[in-house]
Write a protein that binds this ligand. Structure first.
Ligand SMILES: Nc1nc2c(ncn2[C@@H]2O[C@H](COP(=O)(O)OP(=O)(O)OP(=O)(O)O)[C@@H](O)[C@H]2O)c(=O)[nH]1
Ligand SMILES: Nc1nc2c(ncn2[C@@H]2O[C@H](COP(=O)(O)OP(=O)(O)OP(=O)(O)O)[C@@H](O)[C@H]2O)c(=O)[nH]1
Ligand SMILES: [Mg+2]
Ligand SMILES: [Mg+2]
Lengths: 292, 278
């Protein structure tokens, strides 16, 4: 853990009573390494250390009997502040339906998360409709249908011969017809470097009003989390992030990387394969997870 | 980095470490490779950036070429067990592999042993049809071991060359799911003592340091014979594979380069290093 590494790193200075700024630099290097090992992007890690440097060379660290612990506290405070901020759930529109679009890389957990969101929204007293908008992945539509069936969630499967944008518009129309007030569009996984597929998302936004774009990101994502988040945000504007598979042991540094890069809130955490495994994001828990 | 005439100064070595870290090679390996190159540059007078990067690639390649990266499919039937965490690309990889085997003149049959996830069997069925191979499946919720048992018996009866076993995604931290995997392996072993000839861990190229933890855990539960790195058509470089190969001595055998039937290649270490170093 970071506290142990700092204790070891700073031990050689412990004889002299007070640390110097150069000594603290040794500790800051340990912080940077710890963040990198937690999958925080290397540029974000460097910027983070630059940010905390001023506090870290303050007297309460230099004169502390346990400077390592002081630095850990500074790091933790800063992480919580950066990760937290605006706590955010789905914002329901005054004129329904609220249309939510789930996007992200292949296999990031969108389809499962669509069902999870549907369940949470229904428990919130609303009437969700899931739209099976992935017509490329084999049996993607059946996957969403099965999740809907098992959890009493409405799933609409618009005509697969339509283009995806038209299909989504049809889905929203169908949801409105059935008096649903929230529509969740489950889209196909795609690379943020695939321009034609980013265009497909842009076309969806042109064909039907989308109020919330949520980016699903796997918690084990490494350095590329920055490029992935930027790619989707620059292309179609992302409103929030859902971090999936947090029931594993990935440190989740991608959370900090994305928060720092696109500045959007992490709304929920996927914590398992069941449709009930969705929790609101907790910045303090994420901070201690990243610190390890 | 590899520019001709580029000076081998501190900025060069800092940039090298950054390139490696950005590729998900991890801090430890990135700093170790950089430090070693620094020493070697002095000792062997590597000249400029071009010379240094060429030397680094050659050195890494020397180690990587000691592996046999071919699939061991000598026995009939050979069993290939495909494992990995959720969403890494197992089902798609099996479809591609079945197609590749067919192109090479080998028959295969697929065991749809993910009996858990919604529409997993349907998904595997579509891929089996695309690849022109047979599928052995039970109903959702069935015992995966029973599906594997039936598939291997069918392969033996029909004299099929290869059995490809699709398993449910599972996080390596879930003790009961890893135990289930051990059970599946034992079903295979009891039917054919030398099987499974291949146990492939499928890893998403976008995975960071967790890839090592996945590899260690899966290797402990069911001794891996190879890795498949998927989604290398994206921006991620999958640099964790270098540390995993080094530590486990399990080679990357295949790479996924897209979502089509044809998007599976044999792993080419030289091409891979070129992609990392530009
Ligand atoms: N353990 C765990 N597994 C999850 C979680 N979320 C999703 N999964 C699993 O991850 C795998 C991929 O999930 P999908 O919902 O198919 O992902 P997707 O983004 O829709 O995939 P594509 O449509 O192919 O891009 C499945 O095995 C899911 O059960 C989670 O929070 N925890
Ligand atoms: N771009 C790209 N996408 C891939 C590649 N391999 C798989 N995928 C996609 O990744 C997603 C997940 O693939 P699956 O084959 O369902 O993954 P899985 O490991 O079987 O998933 P679970 O069974 O749910 O654990 C699908 O959308 C695939 O099309 C690849 O090499 N490149
Ligand atoms: Mg999906
Ligand atoms: Mg699968």
């Amino acid at each position: 853990a970071l506290s142990d590494r700092l204790a070891t790193a700073l031990r050689r200075f412990s004889g002299r009573g007070r640390l110097t700024k150069e000594d603290v630099e040794v500790g800051l290097r340990e912080v940077r390494v710890a963040l990198l090992e937690a999958d925080v992007n290397f540029r974000v890690a460097r910027a983070f250390v630059d940010r905390i440097r001023e506090r870290a060379v303050g007297n309460d660290v230099l004169e502390s009997l346990t400077p390592g612990q002081q630095i850990v506290k500074i790091v933790n405070d800063e992480l919580v502040a950066l990760l937290g901020g605006e706590q955010r759930k789905i914002q329901y529109q005054p004129h329904p339906p609220t249309v939510v679009m789930l996007v992200g890389l292949q296999g990031s957990g969108k389809t499962t998360t669509a069902a999870k969101l549907g369940l949470a929204i229904r428990r919130d007293g609303h009437r969700p409709m899931l739209v099976a908008a992935d017509i490329t992945r084999p049996a993607a539509v059946q996957q969403l249908q099965k999740l809907g069936l098992d959890n009493q969630l409405l799933v609409t499967v618009p005509d697969g011969k339509l283009k995806v944008a038209q299909l989504c518009a049809r889905g929203v129309a169908e949801a409105t017809r059935l008096n649903c007030d929230v529509v969740i569009l489950d889209t196909a996984g795609r690379l943020q470097i695939d321009e034609p597929l980013l265009d497909e998302l842009r076309d969806i936004r042109k064909a039907t009003t989308v109020h919330e774009v949520i980016l699903a990101v796997d918690a084990m994502t490494g350095q590329e989390a920055v490029n992935v988040a930027k790619g989707f945000d620059d292309a179609i504007h992302v409103d929030g992030v859902i971090l999936t598979k947090l029931d594993g042991d990935a440190r989740g540094g991608a959370a900090l990387s994305m928060r720092e890069t696109i500045g959007k809130p992490i709304m929920y955490c996927g914590t398992g394969e069941k449709v009930s495994d969705l929790e609101p994001f907790a910045p303090d828990r994420m901070a201690s997870r990243i610190l390890g | 980095l590899a520019a001709p005439g580029r000076k081998l100064d501190d900025a060069f070595y800092d940039d090298l470490t950054e390139v490696l870290i950005a590729a998900d090679c991890g801090v430890e390996l990135s700093e170790r490779l950089t430090a070693a190159l620094r020493q070697r540059a002095r000792r062997d007078n590597l000249g400029d950036g071009a010379g240094a990067i060429a030397a680094l690639k050659a050195e890494i390649l020397a180690v990587m070429s000691t592996y046999d990266r071919a699939l061991d499919l000598r026995t009939v039937p050979s069993v290939v067990l495909v494992v990995g965490v959720n969403g890494s690309g197992k089902t798609t990889t099996i479809g591609k592999l079945a197609y590749r085997l067919r192109e090479e003149g080998r028959t295969s049959l697929i065991a749809a042993a993910d009996t858990y996830r919604a529409a997993a069997i349907d998904q595997m069925r579509v891929w089996a049809d695309r690849a022109g191979t047979d599928l052995v499946a039970h109903q959702p919720g069935a015992d995966p071991g029973a599906v594997v048992f039936d598939a291997i018996q069918a392969a033996q009866a029909r004299r099929v060359d290869v059995v490809l076993v699709d398993t449910a995604g599972r996080l390596h931290t879930k003790v009961n799911l890893m135990a289930e995997l051990g059970k599946i392996r034992r079903v295979i072993e009891r039917l054919i003592p030398e099987a499974p000839q291949e146990v492939l861990l499928v890893v998403d190229a976008t995975t960071g340091m967790n890839a090592m933890r996945q590899a260690l855990a899966f290797h402990e539960t069911t001794r891996l014979t190879g890795l498949v790195i998927t989604k290398l058509d994206g921006s991620a470089r999958g640099g964790t594979l270098l540390a995993v190969e080094e530590q486990l001595r399990v080679p990357v055998k295949l790479v996924g380069l897209g979502e089509g039937l044809d998007d599976l290649n044999l792993f080419d270490p030289a091409a891979y290093l070129d992609a990392i170093f530009g």
